[in-house]
Design a protein around this ligand. Sequence first.
Ligand code: KIV
Length: 288
Amino acid sequence: MRQTLSTLRKTLANGRKLSMLTCYEASFAQVMDAAGIDCLLVGDSLGMVVQGRDSTLAVTVEDIAYHTANIARGSRKAFLLADMPFGSYHESPAQAMRSAVRLMQAGAQMVKLEGGAELEGIVRQFVHAGIPVCAHVGLLPQHVHAIGGFRVQGKAQSDADRILHDAQVLEAAGAAMVLVEGVPEGLGRRIAETSHAITIGIGASVACDGQVLVMQDMLGLNASPARFVKDFTKDLPAGEGGIIERAFRQYAEEVADGRFPAAAHVYGLSGDDAAAYGGQRPATPPAA
Ligand code: KIV
């Protein structure tokens, strides 16, 4: 049976965290199901890892719909999310609704939008139409040119307060999930601990309800991975075959019991919070 928001919440209530990976193809979706990955995201990262571009900006609703339909056919169990790409929800409420409807009809169970409190109206509109929403806060790759690169966000107190406020406003508007990307650990933890929505971290905090990684990153295909990436193929016993499924399974298990992320995968870990990572501290200060 396919996961729903209710089954995801039940898993959390039973004390297990949620694993999410990006996925763009039926064959990988099938293997992720077999490995027990809870949620598959058709991320607009496909612009970079599938289409070979240097940002996500050129990805279209049709691109996401195409890949969503593929993973919906390939998987039977995981909860499916689709990214609303750059420019697909800012023109008007009607345009936003058309984009979201297209993705839900392609097979998504939830759409993800990048942005802050300014998206409150769109989130309310979607929720009233029965479209579950994941709010993506913190580092927003669709804003790469506005923020001057893929940089950790929320280092200054005023920025941290704004990002926390973004998460709170979007949750109050009805977002059932909040994805927090690229922020200092303390801010990720604060969002996770104050939110009633399901929180998913990437370069955020182990305190989140779950974690997400780009599939190609965690399979070691990225030559210059960000700090929050772990290559899950690295420590697997060699010569056993099935390495991709085993890497997915290892990821699911390490997320489920809070072993991933470790201190090495988060930014600006404070002394107080280091205990949650077995007292480890990151070896180097956070990258800008
Ligand atoms: O597009 C994407 O891959 C994302 C990441 C946060 C996982 O949104």
